[in-house]
Design a protein around this ligand. Structure first.
Ligand code: CO
Length: 137
């Protein structure tokens, strides 16, 4: 069902401060930076092998990541698995009783299509599935 880990999402209060760690100290390459209004974040993707680290800074306190930061502070936010058929994967997961936050895909970073599964049915881990733009359906 899942082909690989696409990225891990890390909630940060401030992107430039986080980049000092991930880009400058860890020496990861910045692949992309984008404001994703639909998710209320500014996101930076850094390359690590074939996967990525996704830094997420909230656009406001009333966004999901803003609320996460207020409640838990900065840190690991979600894990994202890559899929090739996001609608089919969502249907299969729903049929097996997995609780979906998104019943239909939303637009993610770099025009990917994404959907989140509820941590209640994913072992306490907020889980995202991602179909990158241009992937065969
Ligand atoms: Co993500």
């Amino acid at each position: 069902m899942f082909s690989r880990i696409d990225h891990i999402g890390v909630a940060v209060a401030e992107l430039d401060q986080a980049l000092a760690l991930y880009r400058d100290t860890y020496q990861l390459n910045v692949a992309h930076r984008e404001i994703v209004h639909e998710q209320g974040v500014e996101a930076v993707l850094l390359d690590i092998g074939e996967g990525h680290v996704e830094l997420l800074a909230p656009l406001g306190a009333d966004t999901p990541v803003g609320k996460f930061l207020a409640k838990k502070g900065p840190g690991l936010h979600h894990v994202a698995y890559q899929v090739t058929d996001i609608e089919g994967t969502l249907a299969t997961l729903a049929a097996t009783g997995v609780e979906l936050i998104d019943t239909a895909p939303r637009t993610g970073i770099r025009n990917s299509r994404v959907a989140f599964l509820h941590p209640r049915s994913s072992g306490g881990v907020l889980t995202e599935i991602v179909q990158p733009a241009g992937e065969a359906h």
